[in-house]
Design a protein around this ligand. Structure first.
Ligand code: NI
Length: 226
């Protein structure tokens, strides 16, 4: 399931973050890439341990916490501290699969990467190229979103970032370990939750909503890993 979540951050929050990001030092993105990805990755990142990455990562986490759609789509158990990258001057990230298990530098905690996330911090008209291209069972998707918007996609997918030929593409990226390991099960729960919410609007007060909500929670109880 590939899903766009609008307005995780406001335009004002993104502007604040960009002012700080544009004034700081970046390092070669190969430092966090595995052996296979190192050969195809050409971008810059903030070091994971940099105080700025941690400060801005906390802002991203706050944005996620107030997004019901993120909670419904990801059913997060753990979120890897958000990181930041920049592509410019032809920078790109060739086709790869994300590392399955990642360890936080600061805490040593490991997470299984079920879902990959990219939060866009540059207006699309400010750069050419830089599309996130995701290949899943339903074909190839090309993603380029307004500022503050985020895409979630299965970390199991092959994906790439196209070369940035004008301007610079700055984003936050991170991974989620979901309480629901497989994408297909998570997609069904998301569909059910969205349907329950539509039902509440279209048939307010209907007892059917209670039944469906019961099914939702009982499936979650059966499938959730904690
Ligand atoms: Ni990736």
């Amino acid at each position: 399931m590939l899903i766009t979540i609008p307005d995780v951050l406001s335009a004002a929050e993104v502007a604040q973050m960009r002012a700080k990001l544009d004034a700081t030092n970046w390092v070669d993105g190969k430092v966090t890439a595995g052996y296979q990805a190192q050969r195809v990755k050409e971008n810059e990142q903030l070091p994971e341990t940099s105080p700025l990455a941690q400060e801005l990562g906390d802002l991203v986490l706050k944005g996620l916490a107030r997004s019901p759609m993120f909670m419904s789509a990801a059913l997060p158990l753990r979120v890897f501290p958000p990181m930041f990258n920049r592509y410019r001057g032809g920078g790109k990230f060739g086709t790869h699969v994300d590392t399955a298990i990642r360890q936080q530098v600061t805490t040593g905690q490991r997470i299984r990467t079920d879902i990959s996330a990219t939060l866009f911090l540059t207006p699309p008209e400010d750069y050419d190229g830089g599309e996130l291209v995701v290949e899943d069972t339903y074909g190839t998707h090309s993603v380029k979103l307004p500022i503050g918007h985020m895409v979630l996609y299965p970390a199991t997918s092959l994906h790439r970032v196209e070369p940035v030929t004008r301007g610079a593409r700055v984003s936050s990226f991170f991974w989620i370990q979901s309480m629901i390991r497989t994408d297909a099960d998570r997609a069904m729960l998301f569909e059910l939750d969205q349907t329950i919410q539509r039902l509440a609007v279209e048939l307010p007060g209907s007892p059917l909503g209670v039944n469906l909500t019961g099914v939702y929670h009982n499936l979650l109880r059966r499938w959730a890993e904690m």
